[in-house]
Design a protein around this ligand. Sequence first.
Ligand SMILES: Cc1cc2nc3c(=O)[nH]c(=O)nc-3n(C[C@H](O)[C@H](O)[C@H](O)COP(=O)(O)O)c2cc1C
Length: 252
Amino acid sequence: MGNFVNSSVLAAMAGITNGNFSNHCLVEGGAGFVTIGGYSIGKEMIRASIKSKQRGRNEFILNYREEEKEIYHEISKISESSRVIINLRVNTYSVAKNFAIRFRDLLNKDQPTLEINAHCRQTEIVEKGGGQSLLQRIDTLEKIVKAFQSEDFKVSLKIRGNTVPPSFLIPQIEKWHLDFLHIDSYKEGSPGTDLKLLNHYTKALDIAIIGNNSVIDLQSALAILNTGASYFSIARAAQRNPSIFSNLLKHF
Ligand SMILES: Cc1cc2nc3c(=O)[nH]c(=O)nc-3n(C[C@H](O)[C@H](O)[C@H](O)COP(=O)(O)O)c2cc1C
């Protein structure tokens, strides 16, 4: 289980999973790991988030060039930053590299994990090359992974599993030596989690996989772990009940 205290993870919910909410899920709620964000970094992604907030989406808006300080301020509210994943919307290598260098300077030895959001499908983000569109810009995605790794950050990649064939993504991921692959395993038109897809990834890859989508109880959490995933993550059900993690884990 590596450095994780348990196999449960709070997944990102923009506008909701800030430092206070995530700390609550960690300390009172019993989560093994908590995500904050998603945060848009760099001028283009911040502008995209502002536009999407203007049309009513719940978003965190950071100030351009203050991103790392504002994120640092949020993680300082969380009791153990080594158990924090920071979900980031980033669309270029240079934004990733500059962020990683400046953020590294702020941190002590406790290291949060940086999660690249290749999951968001909001038009404003996607048309500027962020979120899900990174899976169509694989060279840029690779450079962003390397930019974070070059500053010694652990890296998680968050994807929407059924948007790209595993046969395309798996050979790329094998090259990148990610710390975590976080898969939202939703399948259009089917209820619950696509366990077959998770099985496919866990059999093919030798990295820690965080399985996500529709965990609401012990049965749905176990179903994800039984695919070979190392962790399961929860978003919406944790918003309704931040103690869901300890409620589930007492059965393990
Ligand atoms: C309000 C809301 C905001 C979200 N924001 C993000 C985000 O910023 N980054 C991200 O990777 N996923 C985001 N997600 C997706 C969740 O992390 C998760 O993948 C999805 O809700 C499925 O998990 P669940 O069934 O446990 O809710 C968001 C989900 C919700 C409901």
